[in-house]
Design a protein around this ligand. Structure first.
Ligand code: COI
Length: 350
């Protein structure tokens, strides 16, 4: 690694023991990467002990939400090596998100080096069970203390890491959100920015009280077309073929979504990226023409949906994972965890 560590960081790494049950995103690796942008350029970056940030209460991020992030994973592979999955896709999406919020891009080389550095030093924390991994969270915040509504001129870039299980394990109950929208037309829905997630929280809190897990978001213009779940993309299996909402400008272009579209072809499934009317889908589920629906994302991998709830009536899907989502999940994890060839060149060894 070209990023050296201090004796304090080495001590932190030596002293850390992960608990037996990991959950998702609640156990934090003891170190993190940090770089600062000031006077128009980035510092080289360093690995520091994980811990609370010191931040001015007037920092732009705290008032005007100038923040974007990424979600990506490092895997322990069956041959003992450690692999990152398509990290350059995350680097490019983070650059897009940064531009959208008028923040400086993280140079791709620095982004990849930071992620590799955290992964390499935390490799001993990567769980070995299938579906588990080191979840990595690159994060960019505008920290200039100034209350005028304008872009910050100081930024901090962090990469934190969390040895984790999958975010959802299946039997996901989703609720159709027919009132609020997650993103606006011309807004930030296709960028990975904190505000999109904040906008989803009220809906999620309400549906949780009714026994559901996730909101199914509809098009902001007319609330008719399916967009995505909060933090996951949506797929349905209709007549044995895969259908997913086409990117609309307010849907996040998921790395897992993109990978499944490519992978499905090699497994013999046709994929349709199209507008998906929610009421048509409910009718197709009712008639049995739509046999499976699932959520996908870096954190969630593939999580089959068992119920789609609606104010009028709810529809049920099989309570056990269907054959298409099972085949795709296995094929994806086989590449990520090194049980299968990687014909796409997706994995990067650390
Ligand atoms: C991811 O899948 O990495 C995400 O960022 C979704 C998150 C909300 C758990």
């Amino acid at each position: 690694m070209s990023i050296a560590i201090s004796p304090e960081v080495a001590e932190r790494l030596r002293g850390f023991e992960a608990p037996e049950r990991l959950g998702f995103g609640s156990v934090m690796a003891p170190v993190m990467f940090r770089a600062v942008y000031q006077d128009g350029c980035w510092s080289g970056g360093e690995l520091i002990p994980y811990g609370p940030l010191q931040i001015d209460p007037a920092a732009k991020v705290l008032h005007y939400a100038q923040t974007c992030f990424e979600g990506m994973k490092a895997y322990r592979r069956v041959d003992g090596s450690i692999g990152l999955f398509r990290p350059e896709k995350n680097a490019r999406r983070m650059a897009y998100s940064a531009r959208r919020l008028c923040m400086p891009e993280i140079p791709e080389g620095m982004f990849l080096e930071a992620v590799r550095c955290v992964t390499a030093y935390c490799a001993y924390l990567i769980p070995a069970a299938s579906g588990e991994s080191l979840y990595l969270r690159p994060l960019l915040i505008g920290t200039q203390p100034d209350l005028s509504v304008s872009a910050s001129n100081i930024y901090e870039f962090y990469v934190i890491a969390s040895p984790s299980e999958a975010y959802h394990s299946g039997n996901m109950r989703v609720w159709i959100e027919r009132d609020d929208t997650r993103a606006a037309l011309g807004g930030t829905g296709d960028a990975k920015v904190g505000g999109n997630y904040a906008a989803s929280l009220q809906s999620v809190a309400q549906l949780k009280a009714r026994g559901y897990d996730q909101s199914l978001w509809l098009s902001p213009s007319d609330r008719k077309q399916i967009e995505e779940l909060s933090g996951m993309n949506f797929f349905a299996v209709i007549d044995g073929q895969l259908h997913t909402p086409k990117l609309s400008g307010s849907i996040l272009e998921g790395v897992t979504r993109d990978s499944l579209i490519e992978l499905a072809g090699t497994l013999g499934y046709r994929v349709h990226e199209r507008e998906m009317d929610i009421d048509d889908l409910l009718a197709l589920i009712g008639s049995g023409t739509c046999s499976e629906a699932f959520a996908c994302g870096t954190a969630a991998i593939i999580s089959p949906i068992s119920v789609i709830g609606d104010a009028g009536h709810s529809v049920s899907l099989p309570q056990v994972p269907g054959p298409v989502s099972t085949a795709l999940r296995s094929a994806l994890l086989d590449i990520q965890e090194g049980r299968a060839e990687d014909p796409f060149g997706w994995m990067q060894q650390v």
